[in-house]
Design a protein around this ligand. Sequence first.
Ligand code: SAH
Ligand code: SF4
Length: 348
Amino acid sequence: MNKYSGIEALINKAETTHELTKDELVALLKDRQYEAELFAAADRVRQKYVGDEVHLRGLIEFSNKCKQNCLYCGLRRDNPKVSRYRLDEDTIIDFATKAKAYGYRTVVLQSGEDEWFDVDKMVSIIKKIKELGLAITVSVGEKPREVYQAYRDAGADRYLLRIETTDKELYEKLDPGMNWDNRVRCLQDLKELGFELGTGCLVGIPGQTVESLADDILFFKTMDADMIGVGPFIPNPDTPLAGEAGGTFELSTKVMALTRLLLPDINIPATTAMESLNPQGRVLALQRGANVVMPNVTEGEYRQKYMLYPGKICINDTPAHCRSCITGKITGIGRRVSETHGFRAKRA
Ligand code: SAH
Ligand code: SF4
């Protein structure tokens, strides 16, 4: 084959200019021949812009109650098979305190859309965690701007809200009762309020096209997101999408690698869902553009109960085990665990 194919030229363009058109992204997403070259280019850009440090974020899954009904998600309100829980404030603070002791510099507070955690409760939790000297990422779904403002005033640093897909029609089909424009409004509010903005997409949801994935990547660039989490959709047997095919590890990491090429200095997690599909998933993702891992610091039975999708990794492990396991994986590929809070250092 011609060594200097059009695809290789596109990879070179992405690596040197960090710009691609939609058609070029589509061509790269469809190509199967030069995947290794694409991943290598993403790895070089990662190394050049964000270095060899890997930032760890300790994930606290503090409630699996959710008022929403996203068709893909095991926590959707119409799933009666989930045993629902809420952690109380003391338990959340206890998990955050232990996360700090394990050496995490950030905790991620994630839950379903659970209104019981009203602004006052969240503000109190955020303030107490802040007193520990940790950075805080919040990921609790769509809220009015005033609520985001209150979280920010209390000290929250980052917010994660995936757009899931930029195909508005598909989004509204898969997220009944939700409105795509409102999700974008949330992202804009979060950005304006000074949060580090995290968004991302699901790869392989039914009805999604390669063109739509290219739009997702361009959307991340337009939003100038600070963090992008890309994960394969993994069908959950207790949801309406039970029989669907789901996303693949390869395509998810391609979307992630292209995201790294176009947004070279952002933080990109090697997602848990990737490792759920491939036992080496997080290490491979770290070698295809990722520079963040979010190990679980939730303890005990709650890990099993926060079942977004089946096959979720580490559900029987302890936070201590996860911490040493991930450190071993990171150092095993010649990288090192960061000791900073890991904010985006804008260079692009
Ligand atoms: N309720 C909040 C945060 C918890 S859900 C929110 O929706 O933003 C966190 C993420 O889990 C979602 O953004 C979605 O992308 C992912 N998720 C849900 N169901 C999934 C599935 N079946 N496979 C893979 N990821 C899934
Ligand atoms: Fe709720 Fe988030 Fe799951 Fe949607 S994706 S059902 S908002 S937990």
